[in-house]
Ligand binder design. Structure first.
Ligand SMILES: CC(C)(COP(=O)(O)OP(=O)(O)OC[C@H]1O[C@@H](n2cnc3c(N)ncnc32)[C@H](O)[C@@H]1OP(=O)(O)O)[C@@H](O)C(=O)NCCC(=O)NCCS
Length: 193
C-alpha cells in the first residue's frame, strides 16, 4: 500500500494537465466511454451518446471538451516509469468571488483498491494550492454514502465532512445520501507542517 508521507512516491507518479493535446484528451475520452460504475459516483444524468468509440464521436467530444477545459482544469495521474495513465482529477465550478472550486476524481478501472486515489489527491492538492491556483481559498467535493473509498480518500487528505443531502443518489434503484466535503487552503497548509 503506498505511503502518503513517503515523498519517494513523487518519484513514481506525476500529474499531467490535459490541454489541447488530442492524445491526452483521448485518454480521458476512453475512460468516459468505458466507465461502467458511473452510477456509483455521479448523481447527474449521463450522456449515453458517447459510446461506442468512433473517430467521429471523439472529434465531437473534443470540440465540447475544449470549451470545458477553458473553464476548468483536468489532470491525469501518470506512472513516470511506465508512462501509463492511472486516473484523473479535475477542478470545475470555479467561483472567483468565493475563491472556491469543486473537485472530482476517479482512478481508471484497473487501478482501484490500491491506495492510488489518496496519492493522486495529495499530488493534486499540492499542484493547485502551490502552483496552478494559489488564490483558491477552498475546494469542495461530494460522494454518495455508498462510496466509502471516495470518502476515505478525501478524509485522508484532510477534507472535512460538511453535511449531506438526503436521498440524492439513485444507485440501481436504491436511494443514498450525498456527502459534501470541503478543504480550506489554510487547513491544507497546516497539514503540511
Ligand atoms: C474512489 C477512488 C478514487 C478511491 O481510490 P482507491 O485508490 O481505489 O482507494 P482505496 O482502495 O485505496 O481505498 C481508500 C480507502 O478506503 C478504504 N476502504 C475501501 N473500502 C472500504 C470499506 N468497505 N470499508 C471501509 N474502508 C474501506 C481503504 O482501506 C482505503 O483506506 P486506507 O488508505 O486507509 O487503507 C477509486 O476507487 C475510484 O476511482 N472509484 C470510482 C470513481 C469514484 O468513486 N470517484 C469519486 C467520485 S466522488
Amino acid at each position: 500500500m503506498p505511503d502518503l508521507n513517503n515523498k519517494s512516491e513523487d518519484l513514481t507518479y506525476q500529474l499531467v494537465r490535459i490541454n489541447d493535446d488530442p492524445e491526452l484528451m483521448k485518454v480521458y475520452f476512453m475512460w468516459e466511454i468505458n466507465e461502467d460504475e458511473k452510477e456509483l459516483f455521479c448523481y447527474q444524468d449521463f450522456n449515453p451518446e458517447l459510446a461506442p468509440y468512433s473517430e467521429e464521436r471523439f472529434l465531437q467530444f473534443q470540440k465540447h471538451f475544449k470549451v470545458t477545459l477553458a473553464a476548468s482544469a483536468y489532470y491525469l495521474l501518470q506512472d513516470k516509469h511506465t508512462g501509463q495513465y492511472i486516473g484523473f482529477v479535475c477542478l470545475h465550478n470555479f467561483i472567483k468571488r468565493n475563491r472556491s472550486s469543486e473537485v472530482s476524481f476517479a482512478m481508471f478501472n484497473d487501478f482501484r483498491g490500491n491506495g492510488l486515489g489518496s496519492i493522486m489527491l495529495s499530488l493534486f492538492l499540492a499542484r493547485i494550492f502551490e502552483k496552478d491556483f494559489p488564490w483558491l481559498h477552498k475546494i469542495y467535493g461530494e460522494t454518495s454514502s455508498l462510496n466509502i473509498r471516495a470518502s476515505k480518500v478525501m478524509e485522508k487528505n484532510g477534507f472535512k465532512k460538511d453535511g449531506s443531502l438526503r436521498d440524492h443518489y439513485n444507485i440501481k434503484g436504491n436511494f443514498y445520501d450525498q456527502y459534501l466535503y470541503s478543504l480550506l487552503k489554510s487547513e491544507w497548509n497546516l497539514g503540511k507542517t
